[in-house]
Design a protein around this ligand. Structure first.
Ligand code: BGC
Length: 445
């Protein structure tokens, strides 16, 4: 059989062990540079808190901004190592105008939804609030931070370079919400780590493999050579902003093309090779080449590939799973009819190829990150993971675990990946509790 464009893509997207090892090593070096405040593609942003102990207690509000769904929740932390509970929760879909218009529109919308939530549930007491803000933020302490840049196609104006909590507080005041105090600001990876740490003292990393990609890691404070204020603890969680990693990556022609089509060209190279927002776009670009050069679909571009975001993660998952009935059902939705064998094979291969490369890259980044971590046990470490790719994409978690074993199997240490849902809600509450405790006990924050 003749070699096809999709065969070439599959070959270009392979990530052999030697390449994963090179990436792991480069990750360690970039982490060191980031921790020393030198130029690095990994920002290594201090989170100003250590992993939870399980003793955190109380009711906390949590706000979660990081994707097109915005969430408000009330979380109960029972303490004594018992599992936290979501008492109430509401999700709201943000509009294009809210995520890319004036910053005040975004923060007012969030304040409005919070007000509605408090009213709907008759929460009238004063409450401390943990704010998960899942973008690169340089924290100034546990409860304030400056947005360094937007990612994931957010672009609200007048926010980059400004203090997030101040902007949000001003919006709360405009909406007359007076009984809420924002006491902690955190990244979703940090929340994910914390949501697991309350139950498992071996948790040293939090990973998001969803719309975006990132890792938080617990490091010994002595490794941090740049300014971290008057933080008193011996270990600190660091929001790596690992999606920005850009060294030793085997970027292909398609990766470069995708980058040019995004709203933030030249940034987030690892994220664009790995996360759920971009994988379907890589498949689309591969298919466009196959349509042009191999005359798939009779050389005519179907509507679903003509537009940038019509082909999505849920479609990819059906092709990856590979069941004929599943593929036919999705194909009827996407193309109006089941696909002929060549087109079907091409899509299955393209989807599996980009998904597999993502999992292997994630393995190299996670093992690289662990090379600088602080562990509570020498024999085992837990990595808390959340996000649609890890949770839902067929075979993804298995590929990731296998690639981690390939890279780290000889170390004698067991790396456990644990699906940890709702880091942004429960985790934010835990951080608010940790912040409250350390403010009271140690005078920090
Ligand atoms: C953001 C990170 C975030 C990740 C996962 C990335 O685009 O820069 O801050 O943790 O997405 O949501």
């Amino acid at each position: 059989m003749q070699r096809t464009i999709i065969d070439d893509v599959a070959r270009d997207f392979e990530l052999p062990l030697s390449r994963m090892q090179a990436i792991r090593k480069a990750v360690g070096a970039e982490m060191d540079a980031g921790l020393a405040g030198r130029k690095s593609s990994i920002a290594m942003l201090p989170a100003y808190c250590d992993a939870a102990t399980g003793h955190e207690k109380g009711d906390y509000l949590a706000l979660d901004l990081g994707g097109t769904n915005f969430r408000v929740s009330m979380i109960r932390l029972p303490g004594a190592g018992k599992p936290p509970r979501v008492v109430a929760e509401a999700k709201y879909r943000l509009t294009r105008e809210q995520i890319s218009g004036a910053g005040t529109v975004l923060f007012d919308a969030i304040a409005g939804y919070l007000g509605k939530f408090l009213k709907d549930h008759a929460f009238t007491h004063p409450h401390a609030l943990g704010y998960t803000f899942s973008f690169p933020v340089r924290l100034l302490g546990i409860a304030e931070g400056i947005l360094l840049k937007w990612t994931k196609d957010f672009s609200a104006k007048g926010v980059v370079g400004r203090r997030i909590v101040t902007l949000q507080r001003q919006a709360l005041a405009r909406k007359h919400i007076g009984n809420v105090t924002i006491t902690a600001l955190a990244n979703d990876t940090v929340g994910t780590l914390q949501a697991r740490a309350v139950l498992d003292p071996d948790c040293a990393a939090g990973v998001i493999l969803g719309t975006g990609f990132n890792i938080a890691i617990r490091v010994p404070t002595r490794r941090i050579r740049k300014d971290y204020g008057n933080y008193p603890g011996a270990s600190m969680i660091i929001n790596m902003e690992a999606g920005g990693f850009g060294k030793a990556l085997p970027r292909t022609r398609l990766d470069r093309k995708l980058d040019r089509e995004t709203g933030n060209p030249g940034h987030q190279f690892a994220e664009k090779m790995m996360s759920g927002k971009y994988l379907p776009q890589l498949v689309r670009l591969a298919m466009l080449e196959a349509i042009r050069k191999d005359r798939l679909f009779g050389g005519r571009v179907p509507d679903v590939f003509a537009r940038q975001e019509s082909f999505g993660g849920q479609h990819m998952d059906a092709f990856i799973a590979g069941s004929r009935t599943g593929i036919d059902a999705v194909s009827r939705d996407l193309f109006g009819a089941p696909l002929p064998p060549a087109e079907r094979r091409a899509l299955v291969t393209a989807c599996r190829t980009v998904s597999r490369r993502s999992a292997r890259l994630a393995a190299a980044l996670i093992v690289g990150a662990l090379s600088r971590a602080e562990f509570r046990s020498a024999r085992r470490v837990t990595v808390a993971v959340d996000g649609s790719l890890f949770e839902k994409s067929p075979g993804y978690a298995r590929l990731l675990q296998a690639a981690i074993r390939e890279l780290d199997g000889a170390s004698g240490r067991r790396i456990r990946l644990m699906l940890t849902k709702d880091g942004s809600g429960i985790g934010a509450a835990v951080i608010a509790a940790v912040a409250g405790a350390s403010a009271g006990e140690q005078g920090c924050a």
